[in-house]
Design a protein around this ligand. Structure first.
Ligand code: PMV
Length: 351
């Protein structure tokens, strides 16, 4: 979308305004890892939007004050975050011409523990982008819900790529792919009527293997794909994985879903190990859990499997399809011991 297409022909009347928005986090099944200029993804990705892990944001805009941003996370002032947001706002001025014409006080809190290592950038930028669209509409008139969401997704992408997927519920696609309407510029919802019911009521229990800052940020990680000799093959594989994924989702093929999702997670981490310099974000506990999950599945046949994001935590995925109580007690008795502080965040994907 060019700035002109994004803006349409608008007149703005800015005024003091406070808006508040909430946005959930998401977990990718086919991963985005590697990007081009302006946050254009090197390959398409698909994710589940979570239901409980959210960021709630209140944004106060004081019109006609010198441009500045002050941010608070759970009541504590965060200067570093404010600097990041300031840079982001300057970057999107071409889309929101009023954005530098005031002062911002942004109060934000996550429903999940701050130090958990759960990516707050997706829900965080998602909520900020929604607040910005709210302000934009209050200064220039309402647009349709659909357009407003698409624009919020477009803006969120420019803050943190994967954030653009958090604007929609259910299964969400970002990046040009076989999925109708998909784009590199914003995310779209995967067609609901092409998803088997088994994928519409799922658990994601996040085992907090390592709490705190990770050793390599995802910005650096994406950058290292530029010199990774396996990058082109990986981007091609992710694109190709959409073909079986579409079929799997339509027919409810859980076995193939598990294989594909775990393969994607391990490939993401393999890419990290094959970067120069190499890095490893998994910890001992991550590997212990993966092995136990594989053994459990082998022994019981129950559909418990994992995915990983760019960190050590393990996202344990399992459908609510009859065996969930046995899976839950296995997690509590066998897997929780590999977390740092008995930490687990229990989320669901329900739509
Ligand atoms: O949105 P970023 O730049 O934080 O990158 C996220 C990358 C992964 O979480 C590893 C994968 C994904 O598709 O969400």
């Amino acid at each position: 979308m060019t700035a002109q297409e994004f803006l349409g022909k608008k007149k703005y009347t800015i005024h003091n305004q406070t808006v508040s928005e909430s946005c959930p986090s998401n977990i990718a099944l086919i991963k985005y890892w590697g990007k081009y200029e302006n946050q254009i993804p090197a390959n398409p990705s698909i994710s589940f939007t979570l239901n409980h892990c959210k960021t709630n944001t209140v944004m106060e805009f004081l019109a006609n004050e010198p441009f500045s941003v002050q941010t608070f996370l759970a009541g504590n002032e965060e200067v570093k975050f404010a600097e990041k947001i300031e840079k982001y706002f300057r970057n999107i001025e071409q889309y929101l011409p009023w954005i530098l014409q005031g002062k911002y006080i942004i109060k934000t809190e996550n429903t999940f523990p701050h130090s958990s290592g759960i990516a707050s950038s997706a829900s965080g930028f998602g909520a900020i982008a929604k607040c910005l669209m709210n302000l934009d509409e209050s200064f220039s008139g309402k647009t349709s819900e659909e357009e407003s969401l698409r624009k919020a997704s477009f803006l969120a992408r420019l803050g943190s790529g994967s954030a653009c997927r958090s604007l929609y519920n259910g299964l969400v696609v970002w990046g040009e792919s076989q999925v109708k309407g998909s784009s590199d510029l914003f995310a779209v919802q995967y067609p609901n009527d092409e998803i088997h019911d088994i994928f519409k009521d799922f658990n994601d229990w996040v085992l907090l293997i390592h709490e705190g800052q990770k050793s390599v940020s995802s910005t650096v990680g994406h950058g290292l794909m530029n010199t990774n000799p396996y990058a082109d093959r990986r981007f091609q594989e992710a694109r190709e994985n959409f073909e079986p994924m579409k079929e799997i989702l339509a027919v409810g093929d859980m076995k193939s879903f598990i294989k594909l999702v775990e393969h994607e997670a391990l490939t993401l981490h393999a890419m990290m190990m094959m970067s120069d310099p190499a890095f490893i974000l998994m910890k001992t506990g991550t590997l212990e859990v993966i092995n136990k999950v594989w053994n459990f599945r082998e022994e019981t046949g129950f559909p418990l499997f994992f995915t990983l994001d760019a960190g050590a935590n393990v996202h344990l995925l399992f459908p609510n399809a009859g065996s969930e109580e046995k899976i839950k007690s296995f997690i509590e008795s066998e897997l929780l011991q590999h977390t740092q502080n008995n930490g687990v965040v229990k989320d669901v994907m329900r739509f």
